[in-house]
Design a protein around this ligand. Structure first.
Ligand SMILES: [Zn+2]
Length: 475
């Protein structure tokens, strides 16, 4: 195993994580050492991700790396979902006169491009909610059958919180606090004001599915419950997300899943990351201090700088994004990159330094890990330093340039070029010069352009990895 050298030192055999459920740091022991399972709530895809959205992506990426290090590369299953059905998505589609699918596929592309920029590892599974509608419907059916949910007159299905006595335990609130602390719509049909929607009827929209309760769509919480059960089973090890999800989202997910599967545990560990503020203030569009990952990229900030800042605070603390931090991070990363370029790693599988892992094993103490990186530089232990930085996803060799879809003029030029190459290929085929036509197709594919020959002609699409520069070289 990768981390076996560490065990022999006897320094660190336990991984400790703060569990929101017990409100304490606990030793992490998986249900099955050969199949450690983690689920993290992913984005609702209707807009560009801001740095508050990027934080859990990076934090749980570090945890994914730590789990793989500890339990083995293939022993960890990490699921991060994509919520592709939601009121916000539908609202934006209507507002812009576009289809829901058009909005979601574009936003998913943006999200994946941000993730590559932030150098996160690909989760094991990235399920999209709309692929699990039948699982949601059968889970809701079970909840109705078991008396944990009820159907109201207009085809709405609600979860009955009274049917689950532990409701509120995760967020450590009494039902009275929960009612006082949240914006709950007044609804005469609800038996309890905290009851929440499992299925809602759809009237003036095409985004819906047939169900035993009529045409409609699922509530947000049931989406995650259905996906965790389908992919990870009734019980699994870690459930993560931002602190804002503890209540109501995670409280509701927990209630539904425990009631529908009649298991006790659902997720054993609940991990939550803190908020991101900007210059001490809450980030909001109306304050004009809203920063998307794409904004940062357009400010010529490297993924290393963004990742470094996101890891410079402990994940459970609020993170204050300030200009000062950005300037400092620029300087540090610049210096570190020089060292990385001059350091030759003899062995590709070099393991990170013990000090770094000790920090991470203690509830992902990334600020301490960064302090240890500084120390390694100070001690001129460059190989250990670079291996450790790589482990944290920092100072890795540069990626090829990516298509960021911002400059429409450029995009038009590429479109023209792609069309020209497709025409060249068609001419070559007509002239039976298959060598040439194949080479054009292969080069287009290498550049990230997929082409499809249909009965009405050739269509094309751009893959998530699109490298316009190599396209220019084909000419
Ligand atoms: Zn969720």
């Amino acid at each position: 195993m990768f981390g076996s050298e560490l065990y022999s030192t006897g320094k660190m055999t336990t991984l400790k994580l703060y569990n929101t459920k017990s409100r304490s740091k606990e030793e992490f022991k998986p249900i099955d050492h050969n199949n450690v399972r983690m689920y993290v709530c992913g984005p609702t895809v209707y807009d560009r991700a801001h740095i508050g959205n990027a934080r859990p992506v990076v934090v749980f990426d570090v945890l994914f790396r730590v789990l793989k290090f500890h339990f083995g590369e293939k022993a960890v299953t990490y699921v991060r979902n994509i919520t592709d059905v939601d009121d916000k998505i539908i609202a934006r589609a209507l507002q812009e006169g576009r289809s829901v699918e058009n909005i979601t596929s574009e936003t998913i592309e943006w999200f994946q491009s941000d993730n590559r920029f932030l150098r996160t590892l690909q989760p094991t599974h990235e399920p999209q909610a709309t692929d699990f509608i039948s699982e949601m419907i059968s889970m809701i059916k079970r909840l109705v059958d078991f008396g944990n949910a009820y159907v109201v007159s207009d085809g709405q299905v609600l979860f009955s919180v009274q049917s689950f006595p532990e409701y509120g335990n995760l967020s450590n609130q009494s039902p009275k606090d929960m009612i006082a602390g949240s914006r709950i719509d007044v609804d005469q049909q609800k038996k309890n004001p905290l009851d929440f929607v499992l299925w809602k009827p759809v009237k003036n929209s095409s985004t819906g599915w047939d169900s035993p309760w009529g045409f409609g769509r699922p509530g947000w919480h049931i989406e995650c419950s259905a996906m965790t059960t389908a992919i990870l089973g009734d019980s699994f090890d870690i459930h993560g997300g931002g602190i804002d999800l503890v209540f109501p989202h995670h409280e509701n997910e927990l209630a539904q899943s425990v009631c529908a599967s009649k298991t006790k545990s659902f997720a054993n560990f609940w991990l939550h990351n803190g908020f991101v503020n900007i210059e001490g203030e809450k980030m909001s569009k109306s304050l004009g201090n809203y920063l998307t990952v794409d904004d940062l990229r357009n400010q010529n900030m490297s993924g290393d700088v963004v990742r470094f800042i996101l890891l410079s605070s402990h994940y459970r603390q609020p993170l204050d994004w300030t200009n000062r931090k950005v300037l400092e991070a620029f300087k540090i990363i610049e210096r570190w990159q020089k060292i990385a370029k001059q350091t030759f790693l003899k062995d590709k599988s070099k393991i990170p330094a013990n000090e770094i892992m000790a920090a991470l094993f203690d509830d992902l103490n990334t600020p301490l890990a960064i302090a240890e990186l500084h120390q390694l530089v100070k001690n001129q232990e460059y190989e250990k330093f670079v291996s450790s930085a790589h482990f944290l996803g920092l100072l890795l060799p540069e990626l090829k340039k990516e298509h960021t879809a911002v400059d429409t003029r450029k995009e038009q030029a590429y479109t023209k070029l792609i069309k020209k190459l497709i025409t060249d290929r068609e001419i070559a085929r007509e002239q039976k010069d298959y060598k040439k036509s194949d080479s054009i197709r292969i080069k287009l594919e290498d550049a990230g352009v997929i082409i499809k020959d249909t009965s009405t002609g050739t269509t094309w699409d751009i893959k998530s990895f699109f490298d316009p520069e190599s396209l220019e070289e084909i000419q």
